[in-house]
Design a protein around this ligand. Structure first.
Ligand SMILES: [Zn+2]
Length: 66
């Protein structure tokens, strides 16, 4: 499951686990403030805010961890 990083204006950055098909988190689960989605902390995958992602597979083996 990918790890998404969100930025809350009150709580700061936090990791949030969710499925790839889930809608992006819009409110902080702690304080309810509007959060901003940052890039994923996952390995080699950068998630863009508009939904698509870029996989940098140049130097990586094709390993399906799941
Ligand atoms: Zn918060």
């Amino acid at each position: 499951m990918p790890t998404y990083v969100y930025k809350c204006p009150k709580c700061g950055n936090f990791d949030y686990y969710q499925n790839m098909n889930d809608s992006p988190l819009q409110n902080c689960p702690t304080c309810g403030s509007t959060v901003k989605k940052l890039i994923s902390a996952g390995s080699g995958i950068i998630y863009k805010t508009n939904g698509f992602y870029i996989t940098d597979s140049k130097d990586k083996k094709d390993t399906a961890a799941s």
